[in-house]
Design a protein around this ligand. Structure first.
Ligand code: GCW
Length: 797
């Protein structure tokens, strides 16, 4: 079979080589029985007028058509794109269909993307670190410069193109000023060269104070003529080196970033100055609506961060230049496990809009937890805002279709790095799903999960079924054991955003409050008695959220402060739901381990083991989450768990109750992150005393039998502590010795780094002495929380 390319453009060459590479790797698997003699790749313009008429009348730029030649004798398959990029997408679509075993022998396929903007944003810093990245260092930058080795950048672009992503904003929205330096722009030109063959255009984040910070002007007032002239010159400098430069992303007047407010100007003033500079070259401005005051007064019951985007941007509707797109996070707060849809989507009808989602799992388990985000994004995309009382789904709004905007789309904050793109193999389903949904928001998340699993993990039906099922259950499980009922992710919001920290979001200016007190929980955002946020939605939705009785259970506490005994629409009390969901979520996390174990021998062994250890870790950490949230609300509400679980842990023996040699009892902060609020640390670490170990001993008093023995310990950064578990002086099992070398966040003991080691099949009888010896190292004090004796096989591990 021949692959014929009609043009000589670099993107066409990528398409041809990708096609041959794909067909070669599919050969022997599911390549079509009745394969073509030749496949012709062309843009509409490259086809002669005759053929053009025969094949296809007109295609939009990123659109493609795949069809068999009308001439039956030829057996020729034509992949025609409205542009070079379009034909590249056609090639990837063909390969995807073939990989899925589709019969292409007669098919005609024609597709175009729903949205013009399908971008990923990187939050990479010039020094090579990545804000909220969980996969190692930047593929773009190191030491203040663009890296020499840009091969990973080209590979990234190929990955992005395979799911239709057409833009990549390469640098962090914070710390952006150095990127407009001339040397950096020359570096970015190389990045653009590496991505161009895959149709991915480069964009960059800019600091609106750049005219002052790096341009030496006395002001950055967006309406000052000298400032405008500076931007015009800067943009010309960029386009001279990067003719297809995509545009700027802006974070201003937000979380300490400078902005137009310093001069009494509006976001529209700032956006339009940049837009005017970019317009002659075809560039766009993505102006982020993530503008809010992070010094809010917690004691003010009317203060509400959720209101900020709408309050600031709604009055500016219609005032933005045509090449400005307002980029709004999916929810009004900040990528929490569940939020209502941002009301701003319904509040801008004369402005192009993009929805920003996060692929990197900042508040979602940071790639250590399996959380497939497509179902969450899909709920937002399908949400009907009821603007003017008619069907107005978010997907139709952001695609521009509904309010007749030519621009608009989806932006995914991706955070890929040098450690296997996203660090965790299964997290790649999120990058894949992001691209697929931006291309076609009508796709079903489960279908996308199956597609991805089949192409990535293995195309055995059992593998596809199991992986897709796990993916689909993962977000609900995570919501259950972190923050259900619209509480948001109950994490330490001023720190790592990872482990449990229920009060961490209260009593500070950041506004991610849930206002839990002795009587009740939730934030009143109603118009009648609360902050009025509910009133930012179009009337039908506003009415639904205004009253607790009509607010969906899963958002209840986002909109209302209710007593713990309040009955949900589902029938349970709020407090009982909190207990139940945390137990159910942790049990589901344990189930993922068992699900995955059924794939043993069916998939690549390295991948199998890698994911298995992640899922085991997650199952353990879900217990940390469960116990923290449950004991916190048990104490605060004083209401017992109907099922008797909260506060009762059969088989658990606290470290602080053990006979200690060298170990000291310490309070853990926040208290709920440790069982009983306390842990033990081996003090010799802090004192730097040489190599001494500490020990904790318990006398077993339960029934005789075979058990799994779980040791809950804290694995701190800055040292590799060692542990040994013995029973009556003998090693408790084959893996009775282990080291604390995981890279978990932070250097102090709390829920971020509380983790467990399980020794299976330990035989115990009454009066046996169970002992843990811990040897600290560096700043890791070999801290222990508890041990737990679990009937064999009942532990997630
Ligand atoms: O979610 C928060 C993050 C910040 C981020 C900010 C934003 C880039 O914690 O790290 O800064 O949002 O979106 O601007």
């Amino acid at each position: 079979m021949r692959v014929e390319v009609l043009g000589q453009n670099r993107i066409e060459r990528s398409a041809a080589s990708e096609l041959m590479r794909g067909l070669r790797s599919l050969a022997g698997e599911s390549s079509p029985e009745v394969g073509p003699d030749s496949i012709v790749l062309a843009t509409v313009d490259e086809l002669g007028p005759e053929k053009r008429k025969l094949i296809v009348p007109a295609l939009e730029p990123d659109e493609f058509q795949i069809s068999w030649s009308r001439d039956q004798s030829l057996r020729e398959l034509d992949i025609v794109g409205g542009s070079h990029r379009g034909l590249l997408y056609g090639v990837f679509a063909l390969l995807r269909h073939l990989a899925e075993g589709a019969d292409m022998s007669r098919a005609v396929l024609r597709e175009r993307p729903a949205m013009a903007i399908r971008w990923v944003d990187q939050w990479d810093n010039a020094d090579g670190s990545i804000e909220r990245g969980y996969a190692g260092r930047s593929i773009f930058f190191e030491g203040g410069k663009v890296r020499e080795d840009l091969k990973p950048v080209a590979e990234y672009a190929r990955l992005l193109a395979s799911v239709g992503i057409n833009g990549c904003n390469v640098n962090n929205v914070n710390n952006a000023a150095p990127f407009l330096d001339s040397a950096m722009i020359r570096g970015l030109a190389k990045v653009a060269d590496a991505m161009r063959p895959w149709g991915v255009r480069v964009a960059m984040s800019v600091d609106v104070a750049s005219p002052q910070k790096i341009g030496g002007l006395a002001t950055y007032d967006p309406l000052d003529p000298a400032v405008k002239a500076w931007w015009n010159a800067k943009v010309s400098e960029i386009y001279a080196l990067i003719p297809d430069f995509a545009g700027f992303t802006v974070k201003a007047d937000s979380e300490g970033q400078p902005g137009p407010a310093s001069y009494g100007r509006t976001p529209a003033d700032a956006a339009n100055t940049l837009a005017a500079a970019l317009a002659p070259h075809g560039g766009v401005v993505l102006y982020r609506a993530f503008v809010y005051n992070h010094h809010l007064d917690w004691n003010d019951p009317k203060a509400d961060r959720a209101r900020a985007a709408y309050d600031i941007f709604h009055p500016l509707d219609g005032k933005f230049a045509p090449n400005v797109i307002v980029q709004t996070k999916e929810g009004p707060i900040d990528f929490q496990v569940r939020e209502p849809v941002s009301p701003l989507f319904g509040g801008l009808t004369e402005t192009s809009q993009a929805m920003e989602v996060q692929i990197t799992q900042e508040y979602m388990g940071q790639q250590r937890h399996l959380v497939y985000l497509a179902p969450m994004w899909k709920e937002v995309l399908d949400f009907d805002m009821r603007v003017d009382g008619r069907s107005t789904t978010v997907k139709e709004i952001i695609s521009g279709q509904l309010f007749h905007r030519t621009l608009g789309g989806m932006v995914g904050v991706s955070g890929v790095g040098r450690d296997g793109w996203l660090g965790s193999p299964l997290a790649m389903a999120n990058l894949y799903a992001f691209g697929r949904l931006a291309w076609d928001p009508n796709l079903a998340p489960e279908e996308i999960a199956r597609e991805w699993a089949g192409q990535t993990i293995g195309n055995d039906q059992e593998v596809v079924r199991t992986v897709a099922k796990m993916l689909m259950q993962s977000w609900p499980a995570y919501e259950d054991y972190t923050g259900p009922l619209g509480l948001q992710t109950l994490t330490d919001i001023a720190g790592s955003h990872y482990g449990p920290g229920i009060e961490g979001s209260e009593n500070n200016g950041w506004g991610q409050w849930h206002r839990a007190d002795r009587e009740g929980v939730g934030m009143d955002r109603s118009v009648a008695t609360g902050t009025g946020f509910a009133g930012q939605y179009p009337p039908e939705i506003a009415k639904e959220y205004e009253s607790a009785a009509t607010t969906p259970d899963d958002l209840l506490l986002f909109f209302h402060h209710v007593p713990y005994t309040y009955r949900l629409r589902g029938g349970k009390t709020v407090i009982q739901y909190l207990y139940d969901s945390h137990y159910a979520g942790a049990a589901q996390a344990a189930e993922f381990v068992h699900d995955w174990e059924t794939l043993k021998g069916r998939i690549d062994p390295e991948l199998y083991n890698n994911v298995l250890s992640r899922l085991e870790y997650q199952a353990g950490h879900a217990i940390v989450w469960r116990d923290a949230v449950v004991q916190y609300f048990l104490k605060l509400s004083g209401i017992p768990d109907e099922q008797g679980r909260a506060g009762h842990y059969p088989g658990r023996m606290e470290a602080e109750d053990a006979r200690l040699d060298g170990y000291q009892v310490v309070d853990v902060k926040p208290w709920e992150d440790a069982s009983g609020g306390k842990a033990i640390t081996c003090a010799s670490a802090a004192e730097g005393a040489a190599q001494r170990s500490c020990s904790a001993e318990w006398t077993y008093e339960g029934a005789a039998g075979r058990f799994d023995l779980a040791v809950q310990y804290f694995d701190l950064q800055g040292g590799v502590a060692k542990f040994v578990l013995t029973v009556n002086g003998q090693a408790a099992g084959a893996d009775a010795t282990w080291v604390a070398d995981a890279m978990l966040p932070t250097r102090r003991l709390h829920g971020d780094n509380s983790t467990r080691h399980v020794v299976e099949g330990v035989v115990l009888k009454p009066e046996d002495v169970i002992r843990v010896d811990g040897t600290p190292d560096g700043t890791d004090p070999a801290a222990l929380d508890y041990i737990e004796v679990i009937p064999a096989g009942k532990d997630p591990h």
